[in-house]
Design a protein around this ligand. Structure first.
Ligand SMILES: [Zn+2]
Length: 70
């Protein structure tokens, strides 16, 4: 297994074992939220958040950015 370090898009925190993290994929007019899984985390366009709070912060920005990927 390859060790990958993930970094929170909001606060920059890193973790090699981010089991309670959240993954969001941003596509045109669509935001998809995943519970952490290796598959979701490594998907193209996947963004990583250290927890629900920072995932919500991103979601707020997305609404403010008129559904563009901020
Ligand atoms: Zn964070």
């Amino acid at each position: 297994m390859i060790d990958t370090t993930y970094r929170c898009e909001i606060c920059g925190e890193t973790s090699e074992d981010p089991m309670s993290w959240v993954v969001i994929r941003c596509e045109a007019n669509q935001l998809t939220i995943y519970r952490w899984s290796q598959e979701a985390a490594d998907a193209p366009q996947a963004l990583h958040y250290c927890g629900q709070r920072h995932a919500q912060m991103y979601i707020s920005r997305w609404f403010e950015a008129d559904n563009e990927c901020p």
